[in-house]
Design a protein around this ligand. Structure first.
Ligand SMILES: NC(=O)c1ccc[n+]([C@@H]2O[C@H](COP(=O)([O-])OP(=O)(O)OC[C@H]3O[C@@H](n4cnc5c(N)ncnc54)[C@H](OP(=O)(O)O)[C@@H]3O)[C@@H](O)[C@H]2O)c1
Length: 303
């Protein structure tokens, strides 16, 4: 016999789901309240160039108290840091390879001592080797997994505990639409991004009962930076690359509105829906037609 409490839960469940759908629809139509960032210290991995650089500028522009940049190339970090400092926001940079666990823990300690507690962590750093499995050497495959996936484990272990103590924090992952729909020729990247997606999905659910600490995962389509240089899609006018400034703006807005998942552009949702509905042979035809099947043949990006 079902007890009364359980029966109540079963009856309430569909009503709760309907309420969530209604709330999400209203969120699309009504301007949302945005949290301010005046008390926030933001750390961005790979903050010296590409999307990370624009993220740093956007967080500063939208009022973050301090911005910290991590990366491997000191010159880019210094230039971005100087640019931000000129706008009046306190900015610091530290050379740190996120694929190196000891270095992450060591630099996290330095950040805490020199700058203070990080309240917004943006895991943005990534690399793409961009070859098929048989053409990739083992070291290159491992390097991508270390930077794109494991690096997020280390940064999270370094900064999340303090956010939980403070009941104030936000964890952001700049992922990729390729985490949900892979292409050939970037097997290292797609695998690492799929793994990072599962990591964020698990973390987002795991933090449900931790008030004040939220997560955002951003899944952009091809973006106009150095990362995928040479990659060619078949219909560039139909599927133009995103501008990194736009990815940065949408990310900071998602943080301020506590949005858990953002797909950019929104039309990429169709890809995800089709993927779960169509038979494999139809999906293969879509990949061939859209050119994603061969787009990495001309890839000459950088790592
Ligand atoms: N570009 C796209 O088409 C695209 C599309 C979807 C998603 N994304 C995602 O957006 C994020 C940023 O990519 P992007 O397009 O801006 O690429 P990018 O221009 O190549 O920048 C990558 C950044 O990651 C840093 N980085 C790489 N390895 C690192 C390491 N071991 N430790 C610390 N920092 C490291 C780089 O700095 P250093 O070299 O100085 O270390 C650089 O700042 C990535 O997560 C990427 O997967 C990009």
């Amino acid at each position: 016999m079902m007890d009364t409490k359980l029966l109540g839960c079963v009856v309430l469940f569909p009503i709760q789901i309907l309420f969530c759908i209604l709330k999400a629809t209203v969120r699309l139509l009504v301007p949302l309240k945005r949290k301010d960032l005046v008390a926030d210290v933001v750390l961005i991995t790979g903050g010296g160039r590409g999307i990370g650089r624009h993220l740093a500028k956007e967080f500063a522009k939208q009022g973050a108290r301090k911005v910290i940049l991590w990366g491997r190339t000191e010159k880019c970090l210094r230039e971005t840091c100087e640019e931000i400092a000129m706008t009046g926001t306190e900015c610091h940079y530290f050379v740190c390879d996120v694929g190196n666990r000891e270095e992450v823990y060591q630099q996290a300690k330095v950040v805490r001592e020199k700058v203070g507690d990080v309240t917004i962590l943006v895991n943005n750093a990534a690399v793409v080797h961009g070859k098929t499995l048989m053409k990739s050497d083992d070291d290159a495959l491992l390097k991508t997994q270390h930077i794109n996936t494991l690096g997020q484990f280390w940064t999270m272990k370094a900064f999340l505990p303090r956010m939980l103590e403070l009941c104030h924090g936000h964890v952001v992952c700049i992922n990729s639409i390729l985490s949900l729909s892979s292409i050939p020729g970037a097997i290292d990247y797609c695998t690492s991004k799929a793994s990072a997606y599962a990591f964020m999905e698990s973390l987002t659910l795991g933090l449900l009962d931790c008030p004040g600490v939220d997560c955002t995962t951003v899944l952009p389509f091809h973006t106009d930076t150095e990362m995928f240089q040479g990659m060619r899609v078949r219909f560039p006018h139909l599927f133009p690359p995103l501008h990194p400034e736009v990815v940065a703006q949408r990310t900071v807005d998602a943080v301020r509105t506590n949005t858990a998942f953002v797909v950019l552009p929104w039309t990429m949702h169709l890809l995800v829906i089709l993927k779960s509905l169509l038979p494999q042979c139809a999906l293969e035809e879509i990949h061939k037609f859209a050119g994603s099947y061969t787009c990495m043949n001309t890839f000459k990006g950088r790592t």
